[in-house]
Design a protein around this ligand. Structure first.
Ligand SMILES: [Zn+2]
Length: 589
């Protein structure tokens, strides 16, 4: 992890009272402890308040700061206790490559919903994991049988200590001040006291100097139970609602590639949390999930629908149902900024190919990491992970063109989803209830058509880059099985062979790691960021960083998180509040 971006303040022992002289206007509205179930589904601003941070006197000593952030930590646990966000962990095992350094040797993927109540538990969208109670509690993995990653383990560091974060169990030592992004922080080392029990947090916390919330935790848990151990983690929070910093990203890493090291276990993993504002599923909610408003009454014209019009209406209804259901399951971002970019690329393909469809083509971002595209009716869906790794617009056009081809060729006739009863399933069974895979003949036809579309498009001269991307993907395909495993659409490749747009895969120059100006594919996480509260997708704004060795390329790889921290801003009357979720549901309690 680079420390070069950290800005250290010169004075290490500045009195805290100076820091406390900036009461924030943004914090004057009551913060939100969604502490009753009736609060579910409302926006956070309307829910039951916890003590307003700015109403409390500012601490004047470091001891008082410690008391305050302990109190704020308990306030956060309470505020989030009714939330069930989506948790995704993508992990790459590492092996040493003489030229590229540590590279992925295999990968693992976990996706679930985390219940942030009393015992932070989770429900998995992917069911194959075997989770014994004992190993779950360890939060790490059990070495006795085999290396088995426990999905829950990666979500542990949403809090330092769920039950005993207090002075009886911990010692706190002030270290220094430090800026994280725009946020001035006080840094404390946290150590468990002797005999305070197993699995206690050991590490460092960064506390913002306005309301004294923890914004970052870095460390591990000690002591570990026998035959298992805890990961090292770096956990980041974002100020997405007034008064609270919400756990958003956790980076985990283990491994030592220096000479003579015996323990060859090495991995790095990104855990992302989103969907805080998603509706919690309750036992009584089953029947309220039918949305009658998807049956549209658009009888503006006095005419009856022709059989063809009826067919199109029916398909539209199926498409709307699926998009709405996927959004509600926390798998699709609401329509937003990224869609404008995707839409532009699709339009470029359409216009230059004189494609005129009876219904417009729409796009949406799948919030997950695996590299995946699919289409539902006239909506093209592309995963966050795939947008991240694509090196340029031509490559984006290539993956979108395959789905546009399905639409043009009339392959997307999945009208069974027009029946609302088919949308009645629990969020965590989404993958077993929805699927948009095409038969091999349609896949081949879509690839053929896609290449035709690309050759007529503004991207025709840049298809070498697409070829290069496909080569880079092929080079890593057998190590990245989990990243290539799709859950709703056709995979880009199977059994280690990339077959999507294979006619382009021989195009362009040979893949050459030593050529520093050849960037065939990007690391994960570099293009799209998700607002963990309302799931909105946004393009990341980064300044270009020069690649100085082949090790800097990191195609398809997991890297540490370094989000730019900023304070929550009160939206103006006309503006869109960060807490306004396009997908929030009216309360049904
Ligand atoms: Zn396809």
């Amino acid at each position: 992890m680079s420390t070069s971006k950290w800005i250290f303040t010169a004075a290490l022992l500045v009195s805290v009272s100076a820091a406390g002289q900036q009461p924030s206007d943004t914090q004057s509205s009551a913060p939100n402890a969604a502490s009753t179930s009736a609060a579910q589904g409302t926006t956070a601003r309307n829910t039951a308040p916890a003590p307003t941070p700015s109403a409390l006197p500012q601490p004047t000593t470091m001891d008082q700061v410690v008391d305050r952030f302990i109190e704020r930590e308990h306030g956060l646990m309470k505020a989030l206790s009714t939330r069930t966000p989506v948790v995704e962990t993508y992990l790459q095992n590492l092996t040493a490559d003489p030229q590229l350094g540590p590279v992925p040797s295999e990968d693992h993927y976990f996706l679930g919903r985390m219940d942030m109540g009393e015992t932070v538990d989770r429900k998995d969208y992917l069911k194959e994991q075997d989770k014994g109670m004992e190993t779950r509690l360890m939060g790490g993995f059990n070495k006795l049988f085999k290396v088995q990653y426990q999905p829950l383990g990666f979500s542990w560091m949403v809090y330092a200590d769920r039950t005993d974060f207090d002075r009886e169990h911990y010692e706190f030592h002030y270290i220094r001040r430090e800026f994280l992004g725009d946020i001035r922080c006080l840094v404390f080392d946290v150590m468990p006291k002797k005999n305070s029990g197993k699995g206690r947090f050991l590490g460092r916390v960064w506390v913002e100097d306005q309301d004294f919330n923890i914004v970052r935790l870095n460390g591990t848990y000690v002591p570990a139970p026998r035959n298992s151990f805890f990961f090292h983690m770096d956990s980041w929070r974002l100020n997405l609602i007034p008064g609270y910093w919400v756990p958003s990203y956790i980076y985990s890493e283990e491994g030592d590639f220096s000479a003579g090291v015996k323990n060859k276990l090495a991995f790095k993993a990104q855990t992302r949390i989103w969907g805080y504002d998603l509706k919690k599923e309750g036992k009584d909610d089953e029947l309220t999930q039918i949305r009658v408003d998807s049956v549209k009454d658009e009888s503006a014209t006095a005419q009856d629908a022709s059989p063809l019009q009826a067919e199109r209406e029916w398909q539209q209804q199926a498409e709307d149902n699926v998009i709405e259901r996927l959004t509600r399951a926390g798998l699709l971002a609401p329509e937003g900024d990224v869609d404008h970019i995707l839409q532009t690329v699709v339009n470029n393909l359409e216009v230059t190919n004189n494609i005129d469809l009876p219904r417009p083509v729409r796009t949406r971002v799948l919030l997950t990491a695996p590299l995946e595209t699919f289409s539902v009716g006239n909506t093209i869906v592309i995963s966050r992970g795939l947008i991240d790794v694509l090196p340029d617009e031509a490559s984006l056009a290539a993956v979108l063109s395959h789905e546009l081809a399905h639409i043009v060729l009339g392959h997307n006739l999945g009208s069974k989803y027009a029946f609302n009863d088919r949308m009645l399933f629990s969020d965590d069974s989404t993958y077993s209830n929805l699927g948009f895979k095409h038969i091999p003949e349609e896949e081949a036809a879509a690839d053929k058509k896609a290449i035709e579309l690309l050759k007529n498009s503004p991207y025709a001269q840049k298809l070498d880059n697409v070829g290069l991307f496909l080569k880079a993907l092929q080079a890593r395909a057998s190590q990245l099985n989990a990243l290539l495993t799709t859950h709703l659409g056709n995979p880009l490749g199977e059994n280690g062979t990339i077959n999507r747009l294979s006619a382009l895969s021989t195009q362009g120059p040979a893949l050459d790691n030593a050529k520093l100006d050849q960037v065939a594919a990007l690391p994960l996480g570099g293009r799209v960021k998700i607002n963990p509260w309302d799931d909105k997708a946004e393009m990341v704004k980064t300044a270009p960083v020069a690649i100085t060795s082949a090790r800097d390329k990191m195609p398809f790889e997991v890297t540490p998180f370094y989000p730019r921290l900023v304070r929550w801003v009160t939206p103006n009357a006309a503006g869109t509040a960060p807490t306004t979720a396009a997908n929030s549901q009216p309360s049904t309690n």
